[in-house]
Design a protein around this ligand. Structure first.
Ligand SMILES: [Zn+2]
Length: 473
């Protein structure tokens, strides 16, 4: 197996050292390098991926990354790496971690009435990252900037679920001075709006969506904000911001921009999977019925998913018939077509369907997962392994691919590689202890020299990280 995770693991270890051992952190350091920001962000992502609110859905994540990457390409730093992810949370919020990791709550995705509105919030968050606002916030303070930055990352994560925990994290790490620092300043907010607006325009979206969405967000959050400490409202939407953006938009040319089909499908999938199946069926039935609202393709797509969840396979297949002709041009609809085919006992050539579907949409991970499962069911283990190995090269941080790889190795009796893949799966879910256990098992169960040397060096790194964490706690 390839040492795919090593760059990521090295940065994890470096961050731990910087936090844990004062001789390696420069306490007088005034500026944090983009590399250090990235390392702190990567480490924070282990905690975020382990959190139960992390929405582990490859199609939603792929959509957010396509939209985000389009905006990044038109931002001030088109070559900076970014990762966008969804958080299953009704609160209307989005947040930027150090180093280009941007989380978007499902509540915000559902509040957005069109794609330009969602893009306007992503543009704002991207601007916080490209302007290095978090780094500027901690730079030039009396305390160690690097530790302060790490503390901010911890606090952003803690604040998502529990305001008290956030306060404790900040006080524990840096004292009261940090609390005032955590909230983006008014200047940073206005700057992120202006730069985000220009990114939005250059990416070809409707710029009027930004002030319109800010107003809707303000209405949606007004009731909740009364008792919230100011630092938790990481991007407070103020009348000043709405007016400032509104004035700028008036001077820009106007484009009417249709939503992509994927924007509509993602919203429908969120509704179909987050509500109960019965609620979702009622929602889409009413949307397609007399009170027609929304996009008809997306409504039918959502209804078919809700029916599948409700174990009404035949009805789902009937609803899907009208979507069939969209399948050749849309990966999400193709993925649903495959799920429906797999439940049909008459269907004879499912592997053939997935072979051509993954050729048509080679980057669509949800299709790859399903194709691998079909190959495993057909006991075509070598074909499954070839498919998964290729995918791991481009999606080295995808925990589910390692889980499928481990299943395949298990079926082939390749125990050492099975445990090695399970270790990667565990570490990507933020479970260090289980990763160490799997590496120990891998070490005991094989004698491939190259594999063994990789396992031993990773085991050493993981144990160092575990020791640094014990010291901190
Ligand atoms: Zn902001």
């Amino acid at each position: 197996m390839k040492k795919l995770l090593l760059p990521l693991l090295c940065s994890l270890a470096l961050t731990c050292r910087a936090e844990g051992l004062p001789d390696l952190g420069d306490v007088s350091q005034e500026m944090i390098s983009p590399q250090q920001e990235r390392q702190i962000g990567e480490q924070s992502m282990f905690q975020i991926r382990a959190d139960k609110s992390y929405l582990d859905d490859a199609e939603i994540a792929d959509y957010l990354n396509q939209l985000g990457d389009l905006l990044v390409a038109n931002s001030g730093e088109p070559s900076q790496p970014f990762e966008f992810f969804a958080i299953n949370d009704n609160a209307v919020n989005a947040f930027a971690m150090p180093g280009g990791f941007i989380g978007v709550n499902t509540g915000l995705m559902l509040l957005a009435q069109n794609e330009s509105e969602l893009a306007s919030v992503l543009g704002h968050e991207i601007a916080h990252v490209t302007q290095h606002h978090l780094a500027r916030m901690v730079a030039g303070q009396k305390y160690d900037s690097l530790a302060a930055m790490a503390a901010i990352a911890v606090a952003i994560i803690a604040a998502r679920n529990n305001p008290q925990a956030a306060t404790a994290a900040i006080y524990g790490a840096q004292g009261g001075a940090m609390q005032r620092q955590l909230n983006f300043t008014r200047t940073h907010e206005l700057e992120a709006d202006r730069i985000g607006l220009s990114t939005l325009e250059r990416s070809g979206f409707d710029t009027r969506a930004m002030p319109a969405f800010f107003e809707r967000m303000q209405r949606a959050t007004r009731l909740l904000e009364g008792n919230t400490p100011s630092y938790l409202r990481t991007h407070p939407v103020t009348a000043e911001r709405i007016a400032d953006v509104g004035n700028r938009v008036q001077q820009l040319p106007f484009h009417l921009v249709p939503d992509s089909l994927n924007f509509q499908l993602v919203r429908a999938k969120l509704i179909a999977t987050l509500k109960t199946p019965a609620e979702a069926i009622a929602f889409f039935t009413s949307a397609m019925g007399e009170q027609k609202f929304g996009n008809p393709i997306a409504n039918r797509y959502g209804l078919a998913i809700a029916l599948l969840r409700n174990k009404q396979e035949k009805l789902a297949a009937q609803e899907f018939i009208t979507l069939q002709n969209q399948a050749s041009t849309n990966a999400m609809i193709t993925t649903l077509a495959g799920k429906i085919k797999r439940l049909d006992p008459q269907e004879k050539n499912i592997a053939g369907f997935y072979r051509s579907a993954t050729r048509n949409f080679p980057q669509h991970r949800a299709l790859v997962y399903d194709y691998a499962e079909v190959l495993l069911q057909d006991r075509r283990f070598e074909d499954a392994l070839k498919l998964l190995n290729e995918q791991v090269l481009t999606h080295g941080n995808d925990a589910h691919l390692y889980e499928l790889q481990a299943k395949t190795f298990a079926a082939l009796g390749r125990t050492q590689e099975e445990h090695h893949a399970l270790a990667y799966n565990s570490i990507l879910h933020g479970n260090l202890r289980s990763a160490i256990e799997q590496l120990e098992l891998a070490k005991q169960s094989g004698n491939d020299y190259y594999e063994l040397s990789t396992i031993e060096s990773e085991l050493k790194q993981f144990k160092e990280i575990a020791a640094a964490q014990r010291k901190k706690n």
